[in-house]
Design a protein around this ligand. Structure first.
Ligand SMILES: Nc1ncnc2c1ncn2[C@@H]1O[C@H](COP(=O)(O)OP(=O)(O)O)[C@@H](O)[C@H]1O
Ligand SMILES: [Mg+2]
Length: 336
């Protein structure tokens, strides 16, 4: 970020660098507990409409970040804005825009599902006349209409999670911040959660969702940020991050001419780590382990063709998000 940090004494104003499309922006956001730093100069941007996966191991600083963004915790230094509103200077405005689902959410066991939502809608100031229809809409949204009169304590964990999500929607916030919502859910409940998040995105919500397990989030996010020990290691949209982080790739080459001769053409070229011959595949092919830049990759193809190889296919294998993730973290992050 190029702009000067805004001192705390400045009047409330949108940061100079916030584009209208960024719903969350933090600048050098830092939080200390005593002598330890939980969050270290975090600079984060979440575009409007994103499903942003905030990924990092336990203790990385995810909850701390989320609590600051939801105005529950003050930063030690640095700034954070939600839709241009400072979380420190305009907490009331920010609270109206954000729905927060904490990692450990209390449920009120002696309440029925509809009473639970009624209670929170009232707390958010939704008028009594509007609440019955709102509760109907919320239960419908999270697919719990059939549990309207069930006691919260009798719901499955996945259902409680969805009810809690409905609760965070009671004041129709633009931004949903969900702290580890998938943890402890069985695979089916996870799929349901994923579908629900997609629906919310279609409704125009921006969603920030944390996890210490990448695979929980890999398929549902448009953007990810990876945090370790209070420091953001990488962030961006999923495709761009994958492309920029992929320096080591496997290229597959289909060869109609002599496979051995083709392998010898490229074996010693810059960036080539290994060449495997797969003569029994149809068509026969080479797999080239390559670590280098695009020019070097292009040079491989040029060499093959100028050397007389007949190539019908030349492509880098697409590695998945998990591979990228393992490469940039130091291995302390679970990827079970
Ligand atoms: N209330 C607190 N007092 C002291 N240290 C804390 C407190 N809350 C969090 N921490 C520390 O801050 C760091 C970040 O914690 P947290 O934000 O909860 O991480 P995450 O949600 O990624 O697991 C950890 O080292 C944690 O021990
Ligand atoms: Mg946490």
């Amino acid at each position: 970020m190029s702009a000067e940090p805004v001192p705390d004494t400045m009047p409330a104003a949108a940061p100079a660098t916030t584009s209208t499309s960024a719903i969350v922006e933090t600048r050098d956001l830092t939080r200390r507990y005593g002598n330890s730093i939980a969050l270290n100069n975090l600079n984060l941007t979440i575009p409007q409409g994103a499903i942003f996966g905030f990924i990092g191991p336990n203790g990385a600083g995810k909850t701390t970040t989320m609590r600051i963004l939801t105005t529950l915790l003050l930063p030690s230094s640095g700034q954070a804005w939600v839709a241009g509103h400072s979380v420190v200077r305009e907490p009331q405005t920010v609270r109206r825009m954000v729905g927060f689902m904490p990692d450990f959410f209390g449920v009120y066991d002696n309440l029925k599902a509809w009473e639970y939502l009624d209670f929170f809608a009232a707390a958010y100031g939704v008028p009594a006349s509007r609440r019955p229809s709102l509760i109907g809409e919320l239960l419908d949204l999270v697919d719990l209409s059939h549990k309207r009169d069930a006691y919260v304590m009798d719901l499955s964990r996945g259902m409680k999670q969805r009810l809690s999500l409905a609760r965070t929607m009671a004041h129709n916030p633009e931004l949903l911040i969900l702290d580890e919502p998938a943890s402890g859910l069985d695979p089916r409940a996870r799929v349901e959660l994923r579908e629900l998040l997609r629906e919310l995105q279609v409704l125009g919500k921006t969603i920030m969702i944390s996890s210490h397990i990448l695979t929980e989030l890999a398929e549902m996010c448009t953007h990810i940020g990876i945090i370790e020990q209070g420091t953001l290691l990488a962030a961006g949209d999923v495709q761009t991050m994958m492309r920029s982080l992929q320096t080591h790739r496997v290229y597959e080459v289909h060869v109609l001419s002599d496979l051995h001769a083709a392998a010898e053409l490229v074996r010693d070229m810059p960036g080539v780590l290994a060449v495997r011959k797969l003569p029994d595949e149809s068509p026969p092919r080479l797999q080239i382990d390559h670590e280098g830049n695009e020019q070097q990759v292009g040079a491989l193809l040029t060499r093959l063709i100028s050397g007389g190889a007949i190539v019908t296919h030349f492509a880098g294998q697409v590695s998945d998000l998990e591979e990228v993730f393992l490469r940039i973290t130091t291995g302390t992050v679970a990827s079970e």
